[in-house]
Structure formats: C-alpha cells, structure tokens
Design a protein around this ligand. Structure first.
Ligand SMILES: Cc1ncc(COP(=O)(O)O)c(C=O)c1O
Length: 382
C-alpha cells in the first residue's frame, strides 16, 4: 500500500540527479560513462578558496552557524552585490542557504499559497516547476522560441498574467538556453510588471559570471522593481563549487525574514566550513575565475561551429552559462552506422512538452564523445 503523501507522489524525480545516479551505477559496473547530465563545471575549486576551508577546519569552525549565515559572510555578499551589480543590500536582506536550490525553495515556500501561479519563461531549469509544485503553486510555462533567443517578450508576459499570478521566475544567463536578458529587455518586462504590484520577481543569477556579453543586468537594479525582487545567486557555477552547497539571496527584508524562519525549521544554517570558504570567493575579484569563463566560451564556439557542420541541428548562440541547446528533431527516427561502447547521459530537455531539445553542457570529454558519435569525419578537429 502506498502511504506516502500526495505532495511527494506528485513530485517528479529530478531527471538530472536520476541520470547522474544511473551514470554512477554504470561506472561501478566498469562501463565507460561520460556524464553530461549535471550542470557542473569540470574544473577544480580554485586553490585560494580551498585554503580558506582548510584554515577554517584548523581554526575549529565546527558549530552551528546563524541560520541565515555568518555575519562576515553576509557582509562579504553585500560587498559583492555592490561591486558586481551596484545593488545595495543590508544584513537583514541576506540569507545564506544550502545551495541556490534551497534559496529558491525557501522563497517558494514562504510566498506561495495553494493555487498561486508562477510564470516560468520556458525553457527553464527543470527544478523550477517542481519546486513551485512542492509549494502548492501552479507553474505557468510561457513558451519562448529561437527567434527571440528563447527570451520572453513583454507581450507574452502580459498575456500570461492572471489575477492568480504571484511570481515571475527566470534565470539570466539562462539554464538551459544560455540566453542573457539585456538591461533594455529587462526594463521592458518591468514596464509590464509595473501594472501588477503584487507580483514578486525571482531573478536567478547563478550564472552571472559565466556571461560572454559585456554586461550583466539585474531586475533589482530598477528602483521600481527593487522592493519586489529576490536576487538569487551562489558559488556552484562560477567558482566550481557545486558540492560545497552554498547559495544566497538579496531580498526585501520581509521575504528574507520569512526565508530565515523557514530554513530554521528545515536545515538550520548552511555548512560552516563552506561558508568560511565562500567569504574568500565573495571577496575575490571576478577576474580570478576569468580563465574558466574563457574556456567555456571557446568550448561554446567549438560546439556551435561543429554543430553548424552537421545538417539538421538548429541552435541559438548562448551568451552565457555553459550549455548549448540544439533542436535535434531532425534526427528522430534516423539510424547511425556503427555501435558505441560509451554511455553518454545527456539531459533531454522537455521544452514545451516536446522532448527534442538537448541540454548539452560543454564539458571537455563530452564534446569529444558527442561529436565522435555524431560526426566521425570531423573527429580530427577535436
Ligand atoms: C538556473 C539554476 N539555478 C540554480 C541552480 C542550483 O544551484 P545550487 O548548486 O547552488 O543549488 C542551478 C543548478 O543547476 C541552476 O542551473
């Protein structure tokens, strides 16, 4: 007899985590597996950050931390918001969590009531819809397309808003399309939102530093949006720290207070050693991680270049993050010559209920294998 709650029964398993688990299992069986399912950099955490963690252990950081994070970490985050985004936050507006995923879940849990609608420009990071559902909200997917570089237009936003709309969630740079909203594009969306003062905006900026355009714009930079925007960020992507599990928000104080209360009953504060290391990451000039960004950009260029040589692929030019998002519908029903002994888990990206988009992280070993598989003749270029 299934005695689990409706809440968990209605929740989809994280596809990416399930694929990663399967990959691990196959590897343990001795199979050659190159994992491309998880969105994580294939770099090591920079040494100068690791050293801070080692020091923290030796300095006996081992106790519970304040629920919303160490004060000096929150101060470092405030300086980061000012330095990188020209955003002014104060201590009561910052909450440090166990990854940006928890930051997002906190916000959903404290804002949504049953049946509240959350607008999600689609494609979006797979967890968004599930987190919204977990908080009893209703994800409203707004289909974007390649012609607008997978960005939601003001008209689309206007049409999607109903009396039940409570939030707009989006990421820029976007996982999985790599789209980056310009300041003007954000302003145009803000102009629509001006007429709907009760809608809260969740601006997920976790890929902020992996941005190949000259500029990163934040919704909270507009004075009329600041008081209703939650800016989400973290260290997983830019600092190659996925396993350290630290994310944070800058938010209106009433939302931050509620997230603190929620977190206090669910996980308490985030890991103490990781928090000490993140102080160093926050204080670092972003140029210290520039080498990773450069590498992601050149891999993106390589992948796009190679894709353009295979008939049938259609992809936008990702301006940020580390994914390429090609339409592979052309290949449906076709067969490939030869067999492969390598297993390659890649997220099928269910985009507007059509499973024909690949979310392709541009990780080195993956590029080689994907293109060996797809286009033997071009192997020499890798
Ligand atoms: C858009 C987006 N937001 C948030 C996260 C979660 O980040 P974290 O590792 O800090 O939980 C991810 C991870 O893939 C992501 O792609």
């Amino acid at each position: 007899m299934n005695t689990l709650s409706d809440r968990i029964n209605n929740l989809s398993t994280s596809q990416t985590l399930a694929m990663a688990a399967k990959a691990r299992e196959l590897r343990e069986e001795g199979k050659d597996v190159i994992g491309l399912s998880l969105g994580e950099p294939d770099f090591n955490t920079p040494d100068f950050i690791k050293e801070s963690a080692i020091n923290a252990i030796n300095e006996n950081y081992n106790s519970y931390t304040p629920v919303d994070g160490y004060k000096d970490l929150k101060e470092a985050i405030i300086r980061k918001f000012k330095r990188d985004n020209n955003l002014d936050y104060s201590l009561p507006q910052i909450v440090v969590s166990t990854g940006a995923k928890q930051s997002l879940a906190n916000v959903a849990m404290v804002i949504l009531n049953e049946g509240d609608e959350v607008i999600l420009p689609c494609p979006f990071w797979v967890s968004y819809a599930e987190i919204v559902k977990l908080a009893e909200g209703v994800p409203v997917q707004v289909k974007t397309n390649i012609e607008t570089d997978f960005k939601m237009t003001p008209d689309q936003l206007r049409t999607a808003i109903t009396p039940k709309t409570r939030m707009l969630w989006f990421s820029s740079p976007c996982n999985p399309s790599g789209s980056v909203y310009s300041r003007e594009e954000l302003r145009a969306l803000a102009d629509v939102l001006k007429d709907h003062p009760d809608i809260i905006i969740v601006s997920d900026e976790i890929y902020e530093h992996i941005n190949f355009t000259a500029d990163h714009a934040s919704m909270a930079q507009f004075d009329d949006m600041y008081d209703r925007t939650v800016t989400v960020n973290g260290v997983s992507k830019a600092f190659a720290m996925t396993g350290w599990r630290i994310g944070f928000i800058g938010a209106p104080a009433w939302i931050a207070r509620a997230c603190n209360k929620m977190q206090g009953q669910v996980t308490s504060g985030a890991n103490c050693i990781a928090q000490r290391a993140v102080i160093t990451a926050m204080n670092a000039d972003p140029s210290r991680i520039g080498f990773m960004v450069e590498e992601f950009k050149s891999r993106r260029d390589l992948v796009l270049d190679l894709l353009s040589e295979v008939e049938g692929f259609k992809a936008n030019v990702p301006e940020g993050a580390f994914y390429v998002f090609p339409d592979i519908s052309h290949f449906f029903g076709k067969t490939l010559n030869g067999t492969r002994s390598t297993t390659l888990p890649i997220s099928p990206c269910t985009y507007w209920r059509t499973p024909w988009w690949l979310q392709l992280p541009v990780m080195l070993s993956g590029i080689q294998t994907v293109f060996e598989f797809l286009m033997q003749p071009l192997k020499s270029r890798l």
